[in-house]
Structure formats: C-alpha cells, structure tokens
Design a protein around this ligand. Sequence first.
Ligand SMILES: CC(C)(COP(=O)(O)OP(=O)(O)OC[C@H]1O[C@@H](n2cnc3c(N)ncnc32)[C@H](O)[C@@H]1OP(=O)(O)O)[C@@H](O)C(=O)NCCC(=O)NCCS
Length: 155
Amino acid sequence: MGSAKRSDIDVRLSADDIDWTALKTDLVADDFDNGRSPDELRSSFENSFAVATAWDRGRCVGTARMLSDGICNAYLVDVWTASSHRRRGLATRMIDALLTTVPGQHVALFTQDKIELYKKLGFAEEVVGMSRVVGTWLRRDGHGTGPPSELPPAP
Ligand SMILES: CC(C)(COP(=O)(O)OP(=O)(O)OC[C@H]1O[C@@H](n2cnc3c(N)ncnc32)[C@H](O)[C@@H]1OP(=O)(O)O)[C@@H](O)C(=O)NCCC(=O)NCCS
C-alpha cells in the first residue's frame, strides 16, 4: 500500500482502519450519502480495484475508489472530501494516487458539476452513456392516455 504525506494530511492507497460508522455519519452530514449502511460501505470499498483515503489525525476526511478490470477499463466513484477539508487539494491527491494504479486504462466517471476538478486532472469531457424513451415521451402522441396496450398473445 502506498502513502504520500504532504502538509498534515496523509493520502493512502488503502481503506484500512476506516471506522465505517463514523464515515457513514460524516457522509450523511455532508449530504453525500447514497443510502449504504456502514457494512455496505465497507463491502463497496473492499470490493474495489483500488481505494484512496485521506487522513487527518486518525479521522478519514476523504475517499475515492477505482473500479477496474485490471486491463483496459476503469471507473472512478465515491470521490468525497469532508467539507471541513475542501479546497486543499485532497481530492486531487486521492485521484492522482488512484490513477497510478490503472496505467494504460480508460478511466470514466459521471459528474454534473465538478468539471473543473476533473479537467485539472486531465479528464476530457465526452458524451458517455446511452438512453432511450419507450414510445413517445410521456405518451404525448395523441393516441390516448389510457393504460398501455396489452402485449400480443404469445405465438
Ligand atoms: C468535489 C470534491 C470532491 C472536491 O474535493 P477537494 O478536496 O475540495 O478538491 P481539490 O482541493 O483537490 O480541488 C482541486 C480543484 O478542483 C476545483 N474545485 C474543487 N471543488 C470545487 C468546487 N466546489 N467548485 C468549483 N471548483 C472546484 C478547483 O479548481 C480546485 O482548485 P483550487 O482550489 O485551486 O481552485 C468535494 O467538494 C466534495 O467532496 N464534494 C461533495 C461530493 C462530490 O460532489 N463529489 C464529486 C462527485 S463527482
């Protein structure tokens, strides 16, 4: 496991020593909770390809995870810096550390409003994902507002 010390905050390529209940509490307080229990958080992190965490005097104040097939495709998730520690370069350091674990791979992520952070880290905006509307959007096609027609009988 790697470790990089700059200023008073450690950034580690490890999820060791995380108090998952405390992390859950901090995520809820920061409005960055997606409903996982402490145990589910632990499983998410343990099942990741690589994990980066930031530490201030024994408290986990940042996380980021890399999902990867180990060959060509990777995906960055759970990028979070505690609100008390933002704009001090921690997300940058955690993501930089994770990127060292996936040389040669295409790294994707979804973000709506943190574009600058990722641009500074070398990410380029691109259209990712696919979607479809089944039939006409909101069924505004002039063909009635009743229930969907029944499926045809099986042959
Ligand atoms: C987004 C987040 C992870 C950034 O963490 P951070 O440790 O503060 O980020 P850094 O200090 O490494 O920021 C590096 C650069 O990114 C940009 N940046 C970071 N946060 C920003 C914000 N809220 N608004 C605009 N630009 C921002 C800035 O250019 C910043 O450089 P600067 O401070 O010199 O101006 C943190 O605000 C956070 O946890 N937010 C809530 C969860 C979230 O939105 N996660 C991202 C999901 S995609």
